[in-house]
Design a protein around this ligand. Structure first.
Ligand code: CAA
Length: 247
């Protein structure tokens, strides 16, 4: 079998890095998609190499731009081959109580965290269906499932991710392409560490496990979802949140 190609957006962030490492360990060819404004690409690649992960292909683009997604997917295909696994992971926060939230903060989060799924998935879903195999993994959030004060934009986008996942899963169910969402709780990444210390402490106090998740715990789940043996799971939202919210 030829080496499968995994395309990960937001690849150089905390979660993205762990997902790339999990897929590299699984033997996939990894395409790391990153925002062109991220200026630590070379350092990130060096760190990956030092950790034993070589041969990654990097593509730059803004996932909120359809044109950028077209270019990134074409570049990935040219350098790595057809995309078998897509992880829509790129995401941002612009936390603000709704009364103070402005339209730019709303638009930025909706376009980066939700419209990006249209932009990226468009590039791969029909081709996966034609080839009869594919995995689309969308990163939602516990806050898309339960809602979070201060995150009406983020919670709306991440809930939208779940609706998108369920709809597309049905459309692709007979084509060998699964579509699933992961709803992580609070993971020890830069995004979560940006929460004011006292607020973060009060959040951790409400988590039954009394700790943040490790990024590699998310990577392990992505690894499973991309595997052949996960072929009967589709349209699911997998909660991985230390017990913070139980459905
Ligand atoms: N529920 C209801 N009301 C709340 C509240 C809550 N959980 N928290 C605060 N409030 C109220 C306060 O009581 C206060 O009310 P008054 O003005 O009447 O006194 C008002 O909201 C303002 O509260 P803050 O002092 O918190 O306002 P702020 O402007 O200093 O901060 C904020 C606002 C930036 C949104 C801050 O509350 C915050 O960071 N909250 C955490 C949001 C969060 O969990 N973000 C997750 C980021 S990580 C991530 O998103 C990854 C993932 O997927 C999990």
């Amino acid at each position: 079998m030829t080496q499968r190609v995994a395309f990960v957006t937001g690849a150089m962030g905390g979660l993205g890095t762990a997902i790339c490492q999990a897929y590299a360990k699984d033997g996939y060819k990894v395409v790391a998609a990153y925002h062109p404004q991220f200026d630590n690409k070379d350092e990130w690649l060096k760190e990956m190499e030092a950790a034993g992960f070589k041969g990654l292909v990097c593509v730059a683009g803004d996932v909120s731009s359809l044109e950028d997604c077209q270019k990134m997917a074409a570049e990935a295909e040219a350098n790595a081959g057809p995309i078998d696994i897509l992880v829509n992971n790129a995401g941002i926060t612009r936390d603000r109580m709704f009364a103070k939230m402005d339209k730019d903060q709303w638009d930025a989060v909706i376009s980066t965290n939700l419209t990006s799924l249209f932009n990226m998935t468009k590039q791969v879903s029909a081709k996966m269906a034609e080839r009869g195999w594919g995995r689309i993994i969308n990163i939602s959030s516990v806050n898309g499932v339960k809602g979070q004060a201060g995150q009406s934009n983020y919670s709306a986008a991440k809930a939208g991710v779940i609706g998108f996942t369920k709809a597309l899963a049905q459309e692709l169910a007979t084509k060998g392409v699964t579509v699933n969402a992961i709803a992580p709780g609070y993971v020890a990444t830069k995004m979560v560490m940006a929460i004011r210390e006292d607020i973060l402490k009060s959040i951790v106090d409400t988590i039954p496990m009394k700790r943040l998740a490790k990024p590699e715990e998310m990577g392990a789940l992505c690894s499973y979802l991309a595997s052949d043996l996960a072929g009967y799971m589709t349209g699911a939202t997998l909660n991985i949140n230390g017990g913070l919210y139980l459905q």
